[in-house]
Design a protein around this ligand. Structure first.
Ligand SMILES: CC(C)(COP(=O)(O)OP(=O)(O)OC[C@H]1O[C@@H](n2cnc3c(N)ncnc32)[C@H](O)[C@@H]1OP(=O)(O)O)[C@@H](O)C(=O)NCCC(=O)NCCS
Length: 201
């Protein structure tokens, strides 16, 4: 989870992101999991789409399940989702039921770099983990980032979050620094980053 929890109370409430029909954006056309994994029936059933307002309950509830050990992330991620219009959230569904999400911040300047976004959170329902959904979500947000001209992706994850760190390392993220006591419950975080590849010219 990302760097924003310290500020989340400052964000005003608004009506949240507009519904974003799939047809308005071709970034998902870069993801052809079915073609790349023709024998993988799990991957073939996964659909990715932009989040709509009604996904808020799912995002809050899954965040509460998987992030509560680190702090009040049910409220935090829901508040980010509802209150910042430039946040991008992608939902993974199996048979139209949500099973995961990834949330990206608006671009800003960080670490003396321009056009930097942060992956604020990525989560897959426990019963759907270990089947490639997290990897798909990460790839989708990287493709989306490229289409938004974002040049660098950063993220924070807990040092003890072995599965998340393995996913990030496997997909090309590099360790940058450790932040002691970063999370509200006191765990240390590691910052990782990756240069965004141009998937779509
Ligand atoms: C981190 C997280 C998002 C990863 O999601 P996921 O869907 O389990 O990720 P993947 O399935 O793509 O990869 C996980 C493992 O499954 C393996 N895998 C992927 N597809 C597979 C398949 N078809 N069959 C068997 N194994 C597979 C991957 O190789 C990987 O193995 P590894 O951990 O040994 O490297 C998920 O564990 C999660 O939601 N955790 C709780 C929330 C969290 O900690 N988020 C990160 C902090 S912001």
């Amino acid at each position: 989870m990302g760097d924003r929890y310290r500020y989340y109370n400052e964000y005003g409430q608004n009506s949240g992101p507009e519904p974003y029909p799939l047809g308005q954006d071709d970034f998902l056309s870069g993801l052809q999991e079915e073609e790349r994994n023709p024998g993988d029936s799990q991957a073939a059933k996964i659909a990715l789409r932009h989040a709509v307002i009604s996904d808020g309950n799912f995002i809050g509830s899954l965040s509460g399940d998987v992030f509560k050990v680190y702090g009040p992330y049910e409220d935090i991620l829901l508040r980010w989702f509802k209150s910042e219009r430039d946040i991008t959230t992608i939902i993974a569904c199996r048979d139209k039921t949500q099973i995961g999400f990834v949330m990206l911040s608006e671009p800003s300047d960080m670490y003396n770099l321009h056009e930097v976004s942060e992956i604020l959170g990525i989560a897959v329902k426990p019963q759907s983990q270990g089947k490639g959904v997290g990897g798909m979500l990460l790839r989708a947000i990287e493709i989306k980032s490229a289409s938004l001209n974002i040049k660098w992706l950063f993220l924070h994850t807990a040092i003890d979050n072995v599965s998340a760190r393995r996913l990030y390392e496997r997909t090309g993220y590099t360790n940058l620094e450790i932040k002691k006591g970063f999370y509200p419950e006191g765990q240390d975080a590691i910052v990782m980053y990756k240069a965004v590849k141009r998937f779509i010219e």
